[in-house]
Write a protein that binds this ligand. Sequence first.
Ligand SMILES: Cc1cc2nc3c(=O)[nH]c(=O)nc-3n(C[C@H](O)[C@H](O)[C@H](O)COP(=O)(O)OP(=O)(O)OC[C@H]3O[C@@H](n4cnc5c(N)ncnc54)[C@H](O)[C@@H]3O)c2cc1C
Ligand code: FES
Length: 275
Amino acid sequence: MFKIIKRENLVPNIHLIKIHAPKIAEKCKPGQFVIIMPDEKGERIPLSIADWDKEEGTITSVFLVVGTSTFKLSRLNAGDSIPSFVGPLGRASEIDNFGTVVCVGGCYGIGAIYPIVKALKEKGNEVITLIDVRSKYLLYWEEKLKKASDEFIVSSRDGSYGFNGYAPEALKDLIQKEKIDRVIVVGCTYLMYKCSETTKPYKIKTTVSLNPIMVDGTGMCGACRVKIGEETKFACVDGPEFDGHSVDWEELFARRKFYFDDEILSLCEWEKRLI
Ligand SMILES: Cc1cc2nc3c(=O)[nH]c(=O)nc-3n(C[C@H](O)[C@H](O)[C@H](O)COP(=O)(O)OP(=O)(O)OC[C@H]3O[C@@H](n4cnc5c(N)ncnc54)[C@H](O)[C@@H]3O)c2cc1C
Ligand code: FES
């Protein structure tokens, strides 16, 4: 059993969970993820590692409530335990001295981009962090990210804070103003797709952290199959980070919707049990 040290509602529908797992904290690197099971009867879901503390022996993830498992996680509290917590999984982010790097984070990716920002800065890059929010009230970890970055930009789709518009538009503005050597995006699939489309004409290498449906997380089941150029890859072992200009986005969007009806049914069934 793994003990929950903290579970906090950061902004509406987005939660932080900190779990005691010293062996994972000892080994994890930016860009990796864990697979977590909220209860004995639950499914295993992947969550990116947003922070860790080797001394405390803890792993922190940030999650968006979208269905049964994330709903179950959002109801856990400090002192509760979860039956299974596996990691670190996936390949670590490529951390090198690229020059000027724009790190884009949206939704749960605002948390998940943090270790990548920190590591790129430590490696000597000029790091511009660009955060996408629908509105100012959905922004979290502002101070933490500001401290880790050379420049910190928020783009809000309702114009309530920072750049008025969608992050890919703010990214285009940045590219037109200065030389950007690399872009890294973590967040919802549509944000990663749009940022990749934005950088493609400028031939700026863009890395995206893909989030297909996963089951085992060890390359055995094939659930996380993604098409990268002409090749089929498994996001859990070959990724989760891939070249955004080579991803078959249409296939990824379709595969992510594959169990939509079952997911809705599962949530309805589970909610009925709560009433
Ligand atoms: C490597 C990786 C890292 C991830 N990191 C995070 C993270 O840090 N925080 C976070 O909130 N989410 C993250 N996700 C997505 C997260 O795993 C899903 O949101 C979760 O599995 C949904 O489970 P559920 O039972 O709550 O919802 P479900 O009922 O299973 O699904 C509800 C909706 O979410 C979509 N969905 C289902 N499973 C996944 C999945 N595995 N990945 C993406 N979307 C899915 C479905 O298309 C559906 O629309 C990550 C996914 C991957 C593959
Ligand atoms: S989750 Fe099974 S192969 Fe990747």
